[in-house]
Ligand binder design. Structure first.
Ligand code: 9MR
Length: 357
C-alpha cells in the first residue's frame, strides 16, 4: 500500500499527494492502491477550515479515510449526530458512531462541527410521540442538549443548535413537535440550553435556500436581530449552499454572507454541493457543465474569502465523491455535485476551489 496524507506532519502532504491521474504510487502487486492526487490538499493551502460531511462507516474504507484526513481539516457527521441516531429514548444514547467520528477527527487534527441538535426531520419517535406534559417535554429536550453537548466538550467546537426551523416561502416557524410543545419562543430557549451546556462552544443556526427565499431569509435575520437584542447566544449561521451551476446568482449568495458577517456572526458554508443536471438533460457529465461547476465553486469560495477573516468559520462539502451524494436519490437525476469523481479523483471543481484561495 501507499499510505498518504498522514496528517501528523502536514507540510509533507503536498509532496505526498502526488499523481492520482497518473496512477499514483500503485504497483503491480497492489490491487487496491490508496488514491493520491497531484493537487495540493485544501487543508494545506486554505486559511480557514475546509470540512467534509463524513460517515462513520467510511472510516475503515481506505480511500475515504485517506482523502478525508489528508485533504480536509474539519468534519461534520453526515447523519450520526442527529437526534434520531443518538437517542432511542429519554436518557438512552447510542454514541458509537459519533464517538468514532470524533476520534477519527481528533487523531487527524480535524475540528468537528456538531450537526445538529434539533432538526424536525430527524426526530426519534419518543420525541415525536411524547406523551407527557409540555413541561416534561422541554425538560427532556434540555437534558438531551446538556448530555450531547456535554459529552463532547472541547472535542466539538461548534454545533448547529437548530436546523431548518423556517418554512419555505412563508418564513413561518415550522409546526414541528418542538414548536408545538415549546411555543413560539422555542428557538431562543434551545440556544440558551446549548450555551448552558457549554460556555465556549460556538452555536449556529443552519438553513437552506436563504439566498433566494426572501421570506425565509427575512425570518432568519429577524431571529438573529431578536436574539442579539435580547442577549440570546448565537455565534454563527450555517448557509447550507445546496445550489446549482446556474442558480442562484453569486450576488445573492454573497449578499447573505455579507449580511451575516455584518451582524458580527460567523459564516459557515455548511453543506456545499453544486448540481450540474437540475433539468435532467445530461446522462454523463460534460466538459462544459464540469467547467460551469468549477466556476461556481470558484465564485462561492471567492465570496467567502472576501469576508472579514474573523467571520470566516469554514466551508464544508456535503460529501466526498459524486456517487455518494444525497442529491441523486432526492432529485432522481444523474448528478455529479461534489469535488471528487467516482474513482476518488479530484474534478475541475476542486481546482476551482483551489484557485479561489
Ligand atoms: O446527506 C444526509 C443524508 O445522508 C441523511 O440520510 C439525511 C437524513 O439524516 O440527511 C442528509 O443531510 C441533510 C442535512 O443533515 C441537513 N440539510 C439537508 C441535507 C440533505 O437532506
Amino acid at each position: 500500500m501507499c499510505p498518504i496524507q498522514a496528517s501528523a506532519n502536514p507540510p509533507c502532504l503536498r509532496l505526498l499527494l502526488i499523481a492520482l491521474l497518473a496512477g499514483g504510487c500503485s504497483s503491480p502487486a497492489d490491487p487496491d492502491p490508496d488514491p493520491v492526487q497531484s493537487l495540493p490538499a485544501l487543508r494545506e493551502v486554505s486559511n480557514f477550515p475546509v470540512g467534509i460531511a463524513f460517515q462513520a462507516g467510511r472510516i475503515q474504507a481506505s480511500a475515504y479515510n485517506s482523502i478525508a484526513r489528508g485533504v480536509f481539516s474539519s468534519l461534520t457527521a453526515e447523519y450520526e449526530m442527529k437526534m434520531r441516531h443518538l437517542s432511542a429514548g429519554p436518557g438512552v444514547y447510542t454514541w458509537d458512531n459519533a464517538d468514532a467520528l470524533v476520534e477519527f477527527a481528533r487523531s487527524n487534527d480535524m475540528q468537528v462541527h456538531g450537526h445538529a441538535l434539533v432538526w424536525h426531520e430527524s426526530t426519534p419517535s419518543w420525541v415525536e410521540n411524547f406523551t407527557g406534559t409540555d413541561e416534561a417535554f422541554e425538560t427532556q429536550i434540555r437534558q438531551y442538549i446538556t448530555d450531547v453537548v456535554g459529552r463532547y466538550g472541547d472535542a466539538i467546537i461548534s454545533w448547529d443548535v437548530v436546523n431548518e426551523a423556517f418554512e419555505n416561502n412563508t418564513g413561518l416557524l415550522r409546526q414541528s413537535v418542538f414548536r408545538r410543545r415549546m411555543g413560539s419562543d422555542y428557538l431562543a430557549r434551545l440556544f440558551r440550553y446549548a450555551r448552558e451546556a457549554d460556555p465556549d462552544v460556538l452555536l449556529f443556526y443552519n438553513d437552506y435556500a436563504t439566498p433566494w427565499d426572501a421570506a425565509k431569509r427575512g425570518a432568519m435575520f429577524s431571529m438573529i436581530d431578536d436574539f442579539q437584542n435580547r442577549g440570546i447566544p448565537i455565534d454563527g449561521i450555517g448557509l447550507q449552499m445546496h445550489v446549482t451551476y446556474d442558480f442562484p446568482s453569486i450576488d445573492a449568495i454573497g449578499a447573505v454572507m455579507d449580511s451575516v458577517a455584518a451582524r458580527g456572526l460567523l459564516v459557515h458554508v455548511s453543506e456545499l454541493d453544486v448540481r450540474v443536471n437540475p433539468a435532467g438533460d445530461l446522462t454523463s457529465l460534460t466538459e462544459a457543465r464540469s467547467q460551469a461547476q468549477k466556476a461556481r465553486i470558484n465564485d462561492i469560495v471567492t465570496a467567502f474569502v472576501s469576508l472579514p477573516a474573523d467571520r470566516q468559520f469554514a466551508i464544508t462539502l456535503w460529501g466526498l465523491r459524486d456517487p455518494d451524494s444525497w442529491l441523486i436519490d432526492f432529485w432522481g437525476n444523474p448528478e455529479w455535485p461534489l469535488l471528487y469523481d467516482e474513482a476518488f479523483r479530484p474534478k475541475p471543481a476542486y481546482e476551482g476551489f483551489l484557485e479561489a484561495l
